[in-house]
Design a protein around this ligand. Structure first.
Ligand code: SF4
Ligand code: SF4
Length: 449
């Protein structure tokens, strides 16, 4: 370790009352599992962050002065400023999802590393005023006691540096109690829920360690979460075996109260022509339902459909797939830095960007930290129906499937094309009908239908 400075940043301690304001960001919306189809939502995640009314001067964090360390030598001095971190508070989890890629169990982040990671982010973000921390794991709520300590610390330290720190968490939902919801509400924290579908699908894909199903626990938590954060996303990892139940799962999510829904195909190499066709048939039916929802004046954001429509309206291809390795990093339980939460496997050591106590290796992220990622793709994007919104899929998945971050598996492209076709149809129908909600939502125009 080097350059460790125990110097609390100072700021005139006038009372700063912050009013609730809205900002954008709040961490990766991926469940932390194998995803496909173009990013997990980490790239400028559109979940709203709320800065609650807090008297930050009066926050007492009980973190001793000599424990507030900062390693000035480990922040990037070139490339994109880091403004968002996923923080693996643990790799332990109370579920055993059939597709989970995590390689280790029952290991936790030391408390000091969690505090130091927040301080690291405040310095790595340079001149940026807003920073975001998303707790991940494993199941991060296993460390709820730690969360209760580091959130006030982070808020206060950020304020002392003239910044705002937003917090969110990706959770499997099984440990969300009233106390958790109350704490999240107090500190303006967001949730991202991983839930696969109807109870039978959830129980099959996401069993507890004991082997029992997790659906009932999650079902109990969802109303608590949505009453606090109605825009929380239900994120489903779709495997070929559950592709035929998307419509049923959509209706189930809607019955729970979700209006933000993501059906993201996992592991493209497990799919084939038949299962792709089933996915398209089901997703297309969801497109019909979304049209009906708009006709009733209900805005439902379905990942893929929403992105495709936004691409049509914007008429310009995004330059990046996501923020991995650029404005966003994962800090794992050891303080090691990686492009994102999918990149911390022993087999991918070459992608380790450094450690918050040791060094920052700009070279390790150089392949991702480029001006335009989509220019580097090996696909024939020019003739693809998805090229208005596709940023080239999840680079981590591309690496796993093809050995290259800028080369996609054909099935991954096919799933993105399904999104494009369905999104185009939803757009065209609602546009032709002059649907007022649609125009307000996507064209920012009032329509008198
Ligand atoms: S590389 Fe990481 S952040 Fe980017 S889409 Fe994939 S899982 Fe999400
Ligand atoms: S071919 Fe289409 S789906 Fe594949 S990366 Fe290019 S734009 Fe995306």
């Amino acid at each position: 370790m080097n350059n460790i400075v125990g110097n609390e940043a100072t700021r005139p301690l006038s009372i700063l009352k912050l009013n609730p304001t809205l900002g954008v960001g709040g961490g990766c919306s991926s469940s932390g599992y194998k995803t496909s189809g173009g990013a997990c939502g980490s790239n400028g995640l559109k979940s709203l962050c709320i800065q609650p009314a807090l008297n930050l001067e009066e926050i007492h964090t009980d973190v001793a002065f000599d424990q507030r360390r900062l390693n000035l030598g480990t922040t990037p001095d070139t490339g994109t400023l880091v403004t968002l971190i996923d923080l693996d508070l643990t790799v332990a989890c109370n579920l055993r999802c059939t597709y989970c890629f995590k390689e280790k169990w029952n290991e936790h982040m030391e408390e000091q590393v969690a505090f130091d990671a927040l301080v690291w982010l405040l310095h790595a973000s340079g001149s940026a005023k807003e920073v975001h921390v998303n707790f991940m794991g494993g199941e991060p709520l296993i460390r709820f006691k730690l969360i209760q300590r580091i959130v006030p610390f982070g808020k206060r330290r950020a304020w002392q540096m003239g910044k705002t720190m937003h917090f969110g968490t990706t959770t499997n939902g099984t440990l969300v109690t009233d106390k958790v919801v109350e704490f999240f509400k107090k500190w303006g924290m967001g949730f991202h829920t991983s839930i696969d579908g109807t109870p039978d699908i959830q129980d099959r894909n996401r069993p507890m360690v004991s082997g029992q199903g997790s659906a009932r626990l999650v079902e109990k938590a969802v109303p608590k979460i949505l009453s606090n954060r109605p825009n929380t996303t239900a994120r489903s990892t779709v495997v070929p075996e559950s592709a035929g139940s998307l419509v049923e799962s959509y209706r189930y999510f809607r019955s729970l109260g979700y209006t933000n829904i993501a059906f993201v195909p996992g592991g493209p190499s497990f799919w084939n022509k038949e299962s792709n066709a089933v996915y398209e048939q089901q997703f297309s039916e969801i497109g019909d339902i979304v049209i009906e929802e708009f006709r009733k004046g209900i805005f439902v954001n379905v990942k893929g459909i929403d992105e495709a429509i936004r691409g049509i309206v914007r008429n310009q291809r995004p330059q990046h797939a996501c923020g991995a390795g650029r404005g966003m990093l994962l800090i794992d339980i050891h303080g090691d830095m990686w492009p994102c939460h999918r990149w911390n496997k022993a087999s991918e050591r070459v992608w380790r960007i450094g450690n918050i106590y040791e060094h920052f290796n700009q070279m390790a992220r150089a392949e991702l930290d480029v001006r335009c990622q989509t220019d580097l793709l090996e696909q024939d994007c020019e003739h693809c129906v998805a090229n208005k919104f596709c940023g080239g899929g999840c680079p981590a998945e591309n690496l796993e499937e093809t050995g290259k971050v800028y080369k996609r598996h054909p099935n991954a492209c096919e799933h993105t094309r399904v999104w494009a076709r369905v999104g185009q149809r939803v757009h065209d129908v609602l546009h032709k009908e002059g649907n007022p909600l649609f125009f307000k939502q996507y064209y920012n125009r009032e329509m008198t239908a």
